[in-house]
Design a protein around this ligand. Structure first.
Ligand SMILES: [Zn+2]
Length: 407
């Protein structure tokens, strides 16, 4: 969120706050943050929204993984461990034997009130060592499994027998947050793969990194918005937390954030309720989230007629049960945007006999009542601690989204 805000400020955007009145004018570049983890950025169009509508791109900011519990410190047998809770649907086995970092925000005492401080232990801090195969003889036949309660606590360090593990953990956070240990009140901390992203493959045509789902789409949307020139339409990027756990939160896509922001844009530009309804009826929402690339080792997992390849362009995702918001209108509009941008596109449908994932597209489309499409960049190993994708697709998606903002 901090990185996004810095990039936006560098691009001439100014921060708005939800608890103050907004004064907007054509060409204005602004962003607003809710809950510290969801952000909506917009450029006010040259025409009123009632005339040309909103062009929206949405993505989610969160990734599945492990979150530190409120009272996480475990000590015994000369070791300190951290208790964690599973957030969303990570592939748990991929967190084993990896260099794990820790980052998030810490609530601290600030005079008579509270403040939130960002902390980040970028290097290897934590680890989930595997049990040796000599004690887990069937691991290669039955798969690598961890009990979520008893087998996931992460090793943090050695411990003196008389040391208080809770105080020790709070002291670690206090030092990172630049406060006294007694002033650490609360935290939201996420465990991540500490290894940097890397290009791989014979021609370095692939990339591996943590959190490609869905920071890649956030990056693409924001880049397109920053690079877009003056437009008749009001262009909006909406980035939401909590997608991996269902989006029903104050800051999530199921909440009122995007509804409130669009209403306030209309209201600030002297539009009444009727004008806002006209604006929504003329709007188009592109929900950008990652897609499942064809994996040749597992052909039975895919719908044979809808294989999508990495480095072959954005994917239009369709599901008759509305797990994706795509309909004929949205798909056709996005195909035209790809043509305009000169990039290829692909179509994905999940196997009919497998449960399909979902994303923010259907939620936002339902909340706003706008025309929409679900698209995304193809990737492998979605929800692994270290995911991979093709190097060409990010540029393709940026170009297609930029075309939307120029429409
Ligand atoms: Zn996603």
């Amino acid at each position: 969120m901090q990185t996004m805000a810095e990039r936006l400020r560098g691009g001439g955007f100014t921060a708005l706050h939800e608890d103050a009145r907004w004064q907007l004018a054509a060409g204005g570049r602004h962003f607003v943050i809710r809950g510290g983890s969801s952000l909506i950025a917009f450029v006010v169009g040259q025409e009123a929204p009632a005339v040309s509508g909103f062009r929206l791109v949405g993505a989610h900011t969160d990734s599945p993984g492990l979150r530190v519990k409120p009272k996480p410190a475990l000590a015994g047998d000369g070791l300190r461990r951290l208790a964690v809770e599973v957030y969303g649907g990570p592939i748990l086995a991929t967190f084993a034997d990896r260099d794990l970092g820790l980052a998030g925000r810490v609530g601290v005492r600030d005079g008579d009130g509270v403040a939130l401080r960002l902390v980040r232990f970028a290097g290897p801090l934590l680890r989930l060592p595997n049990l040796a195969i000599h004690m887990n003889r069937e691991v290669n036949d039955k798969g690598l499994k961890f009990d979520r309660q008893t087998e996931l606590p992460l090793l943090l360090g050695g411990a003196a027998a008389d040391a208080d593990a809770e105080v020790g953990f709070r002291a670690l956070l206090a030092a990172a947050a630049g406060v006294e240990t007694g002033d650490v009140l609360s935290w939201e901390l996420n465990v991540f793969d500490a290894q940097n992203g890397a290009f791989w493959g014979a021609d370095r045509e692939f990339i591996a990194s943590r959190q490609i789902d869905n920071l890649a789409s956030c990056h693409a949307g924001m880049t397109a918005l920053l690079e877009a020139g003056p437009a008749a339409t009001t262009n909006v990027c909406a980035f939401f937390d909590h997608e991996e756990v269902g989006s029903e939160s104050a800051a999530g896509a199921g909440g009122s954030f995007v509804v409130d922001v669009l209403q306030r844009i209309s209201a600030s530009l002297a539009g009444d309720g009727e004008a806002h309804c006209c604006a929504l009826a003329k709007s188009f929402f592109i929900s950008a989230d990652m897609a499942h690339a064809w994996h040749p080792n597992f052909p039975a997992a895919y719908e044979p007629g809808h294989r999508v390849a990495v480095n072959a362009g954005p994917v239009i995702k369709t599901n008759a049960s509305q797990r994706y918001s795509t309909g004929a209108d949205g798909a056709a509009r996005f195909i035209l945007l790809c043509e305009k941008a000169g990039v290829p596109h692909q179509h994905y449908a999940h196997r009919a006999d497998l449960g399909c994932g979902s994303t923010i597209g259907p939620l936002v489309a339902a909340r706003l009542g706008v025309a929409s499409v679900d698209v995304g960049t193809p990737m492998w190993a979605m929800h692994s601690a270290r995911e991979s994708a093709g190097v060409l697709d990010q540029g393709y998606l940026v170009a297609a989204l930029a075309a939307a903002f120029e429409a």
